[in-house]
Design a binder for this molecule. Structure first.
Ligand SMILES: [Zn+2]
Length: 427
């Protein structure tokens, strides 16, 4: 009897699960589904800044020298310690890869994938993992935006994270007159998409001149507010910390992980995408100029770094879609960022700025924003993408891929399911 009850419960559970899976892939119409303001989202399963610190330090102790954790700075608002997990040295004659996650605090699953990857690289006895670490230097910064990742609660008990960090505009500290406007990507209290925001969209704060120093531009030159077609100002301590790590490693590849609300694969297919990817953030050859320290600096995206970006994106697309019974077949490009801002792209993104410093780049835009039902699948998708990338560099397979695959075979972004009153979400 007891057994029977259990069996009935199991059957009920499986039926409920099947229902959940079916619900997770609805034949949606543009305009939904999205999280309604009154919809409670529980975020307890997500790592918090203190969990990241604890986990990294624990893994370091158990890694027997494979991985080192280094403090690289503090978040602007809550002053959470920021860490990079280092597998290998910057000066090694290996392929070098830098990965960060959660530059937007409310885009969390990249951090879960990165922590899983760090644990596997640090502790696995799999010969393939050994082979990767023998051939690739990997540095990972999980949860770059710890302020925004810190879970907050509304009065009704529902929880949220924020896109921005927590930081005020302080022009006098930069030697600027007190009436100089904040950088355009500083948001007083609300981000335009009705999100609470008390600081900066950190993914507009980068500049291709890695030594850019706002305090040297008080008299003339590149001062705020700026706009989306211009580079940022390195006012966020988190982005300066990332920049310093980039300068130290000089990576061949930089990976930056996000979520966006949701989008269809295409008008006909009407399935929800599971991932959007992209490798180009400013047009090829467009020059960004700057005078600083009495010198004229010019930055632009060149063909070599763009080709490797295409190869990396193509590799990830191929590996995810070619898995047996792959659940990851709904992958498209992200909208073409390099066409934004009258053809100037988004040079203040870390991807754009670093791509103008000889790094290949890859953007992950995991589906998100419709609840947490598919979190496990989406985290696994990012984990596999990152792992296969390391493997592709270790074996050299990535260099064998025809860059044209990226242009021809990876489908363009389908229609967005984001709220029409919002701008483009994600990046
Ligand atoms: Zn984002």
């Amino acid at each position: 009897m007891r057994k029977k009850v259990c069996l009935i419960l199991v059957v009920c559970f499986l039926l409920a699960l099947a229902g959940t899976v079916a619900l997770a892939e609805p034949h949606s119409i543009p305009g939904g589904p999205w999280i309604q303001p009154e919809q409670t989202v529980k975020l307890e399963s997500l790592s918090q800044p203190e969990d990241v610190e604890k986990e990294l330090l624990t893994i370091e102790r158990r890694s027997r020298g494979r991985m080192e954790v280094e403090l690289i700075g503090y978040s602007a608002g809550y002053e959470w310690p920021l860490y990079v997990a280092k597998f290998g040295d910057a000066d090694d004659d290996k392929a070098k890869i830098l990965i960060d996650t959660q530059i937007h605090g409310n885009e969390p699953l990249g951090t879960e994938a990165a922590l899983g990857l760090i644990q596997n690289l640090a502790m696995s006895n799999n010969p393939e993992v050994r082979m990767i670490l023998d051939n690739v230097t990997v540095w990972i910064i999980p949860m770059l935006n710890m302020d925004g990742s810190t879970i907050q609660e509304f009065e009704d008990g529902s929880q949220y994270q924020t896109r921005c960090n927590i930081q005020e505009w302080t022009p006098v500290e930069w030697g600027l007159p007190s009436d100089i406007s904040a950088p355009w990507y500083n948001y007083g209290f609300y981000y335009p998409w009705f999100e609470i925001c008390r600081g900066y969209d950190m993914n507009r704060d980068a500049h291709p001149h890695l030594a850019f120093d706002l305090s040297k531009h008080a008299e003339h030159g590149h001062i705020p507010p700026g706009d989306g077609g211009e580079p940022g100002f390195y006012v966020c301590p988190e982005i300066r910390a990332l920049r310093d790590v980039f300068k130290e490693l000089k990576p061949d590849l930089y990976v930056n992980h996000h979520h966006r609300g949701s989008a269809l694969v295409d008008e006909e297919d009407r399935k929800l995408m599971t991932l959007q990817i992209l490798g180009k953030f400013v047009p090829l050859g467009l020059e960004f100029e700057l005078y600083q320290d009495g010198e004229h600096h010019v930055y632009y995206l060149d063909e070599d770094s763009l080709n490797l970006s295409k190869q990396v994106n193509a590799l990830v697309y191929q590996k995810l879609t070619e898995m047996g019974n792959s659940p990851f077949t709904h992958i498209t490009k992200y909208p073409l960022v390099h066409d934004f801002n009258d053809g100037r792209g988004l040079p203040g993104t870390t991807l754009a700025s670093f791509s103008m410093n000889d790094a290949a780049v890859m953007l992950y835009e995991t589906r998100g924003g419709i609840g947490q039902k598919s979190s496990g699948m989406l985290t696994r998708q990012s984990y596999i993408g990152l792992y296969e990338t390391l493997l592709g560099f270790a074996t050299g397979e990535v260099y064998e891929i025809d860059p044209e695959f990226y242009d021809v075979e990876i489908p363009p972004a389908g229609p967005s399911l984001s709220r029409p009153d919002r701008g483009l979400d994600g990046l």
